[in-house]
Each structure stands twice: as structure tokens, then as C-alpha cells.
Design a protein around this ligand. Structure first.
Ligand SMILES: N[C@@H](CCC(=O)N[C@@H](CS)C(=O)NCC(=O)O)C(=O)O
Length: 236
């Protein structure tokens, strides 16, 4: 079917960042649910779509693109009605890119390891993971404080906020207290208050993650190429 497709898992934070952008752009698209529990993303047929065997991935009339940052940048460039969400000015754009890469390499990376991996795979939440999560929060808090901006890359919301909100909602899902990071707490509350319809997209995923944290899915049948799945967690 022609048009824009998004290969998606409903509680995937990077996918939810893309879904918030699709909502912000009011862009018609088809959501293609990838059945993680059945290992659909690990199949050779899905690898034809995304060799990384991950979501999100888009198919824009035959143009395949994975990696949420690349997708956010592409969709904002291609379909943005103006440049607010992804400015064209080189320095403003560089700041947005910085926040996106900070999220990908550090902030969400740490949150993903600490919050998400132990829900779905046979990992424990460790003191080191907690330390790294706090370091990510502390750096983000400092960035917001030093620049004294309402949003992550300035006073306007950009695609960087979508990625960072999708990461932060994982912390909310496990009732992680972000109040020691007041700028982060305020930024997160501001996003929810200013963009309630976008927040609703992320909130559904947050609630699913919260439910899975209480009752983790059993993925032991997956035979995952990277992650251990054999041990069903009992400590949450
Ligand atoms: N760097 C990628 C990360 C995507 C990612 O981590 N996707 C997860 C779902 S949230 C996934 O597909 N994992 C595959 C797996 O666990 O087997 C991006 O930002 O798009």
C-alpha cells in the first residue's frame, strides 16, 4: 500500500518519539505492529526491512529508514510545515542534533539499560545502572539550567524534546523520583502541559511499561541473538 508506514511496538520509547512527531505533523500513516513477543522483529523477512532487527523503522513509499533520530530528522525536514521542530539555522540545528545524540548515546542509553532491559530480558537493575541513570539526569539538568531554556534546545519545542520525553517517561513508568533534578522535572511537566495530545501518545506507552514492570512478559521462547531471556524475573 503506498504511503508512509511505521513499523512499531506500542511501548517502544524510540518508536513513541516518532509517533509523537507524526501526531505533531498531523501526518497520515499506517502503523504496522511488530509482534515482539513472537519474535517477529528477529525474522529474516523483517531483516529485509531493517537489518538491525529493531523498531522503529519507516517505509515512505519505498524509502526505508531506521534509527529514531534519523527518522525524526527526515520526517521533520520532509514534512514539517515550518522549521520550528527542526530549525535550519546551522547553530540552532546543531543544538537540536546535540540533544538528540546526547539522548541516543547517554540519557536514553542509560535509562534503557536500567529501566527497560531488566523488564524484557534477564538482567537485574544494578547500582551501576542507577548511577549512570542519575548521571544522565544530572547532565540534562545542567544543560537546561545553563541555557535557561524552556525546552531542550531552546524556548520552542523541537524533535529533541520528543526523544527526551520518550526516554523520561520510562522513569515515570517505574516511579523514579526526578525531583532531585528540578529543571528536568519542570521541563517534563511543561511538555505535558503544553502538548497534551502529544503526551497522550507517550503516556499510553508509559502505562504499558508500568504494567510490564509489575508483570514482566516471558520472552524465554525468543532465542534472542543478544539478550539472555531464560530467567523470568521474580523481584518485581
Ligand atoms: N537506536 C535505535 C534503538 C531502537 C531500539 O532500541 N528499539 C528496540 C525497541 S525499544 C528494539 O527494537 N529492540 C530489539 C530487541 O530488543 O530485540 C533507535 O533509536 O531507533
Amino acid at each position: 500500500m503506498p504511503g508512509l508506514k511505521l513499523y512499531s511496538v506500542s511501548d517502544s520509547p524510540p518508536t513513541l518519539a516518532v509517533r509523537m512527531l507524526l501526531a505533531a505533523l498531523d501526518l497520515p500513516h499506517e502503523l504496522v505492529d511488530v509482534d515482539f513477543a513472537a519474535g517477529e522483529h528477529l525474522t529474516e523477512s523483517y531483516a529485509q526491512i531493517n537489518p538491525q532487527k529493531e523498531v522503529p523503522c519507516i517505509d515512505d513509499n519505498g524509502f526505508l529508514l531506521s534509527e529514531s533520530v534519523a527518522i525524526l530528522q527526515y520526517l521533520a525536514d520532509r514534512y514539517g510545515k515550518n522549521e520550528d521542530l527542526y530549525p535550519r539555522d546551522p547553530q540552532k540545528r546543531a543544538v537540536v542534533n546535540h540533544r538528540l545524540v546526547f539522548n541516543l548515546s547517554t540519557y536514553y542509553q542509560y535509562i534503557s539499560e536500567y529501566v527497560m532491559a531488566p523488564i524484557f530480558y534477564a538482567y537485574e537493575r544494578t547500582a551501576l545502572g542507577l548511577k549512570k541513570t542519575n548521571i544522565g539526569l544530572s547532565v540534562f539538568n545542567t544543560i537546561l539550567e545553563r541555557n535557561a531554556t524552556k525546552f531542550a534546545a531552546g524556548d520552542e519545542m523541537t524533535i529533541a524534546d520528543l526523544a527526551l520525553v520518550a526516554a523520561t517517561m520510562c522513569l515515570e513508568a517505574i516511579n523514579f523520583d526526578v525531583s532531585p533534578y528540578p529543571r528536568v522535572a519542570r521541563w517534563y511537566a511543561d511538555f505535558k502541559g503544553d502538548f497534551p495530545s502529544l503526551w497522550r501518545v507517550a503516556e499510553r506507552g508509559m502505562k504499558e511499561i508500568r504494567q510490564f514492570d509489575r508483570d514482566p512478559p516471558d520472552l524465554s521462547g525468543l532465542n534472542h541473538p543478544i539478550h539472555p531471556t531464560s530467567k523470568k524475573r521474580t523481584n518485581h
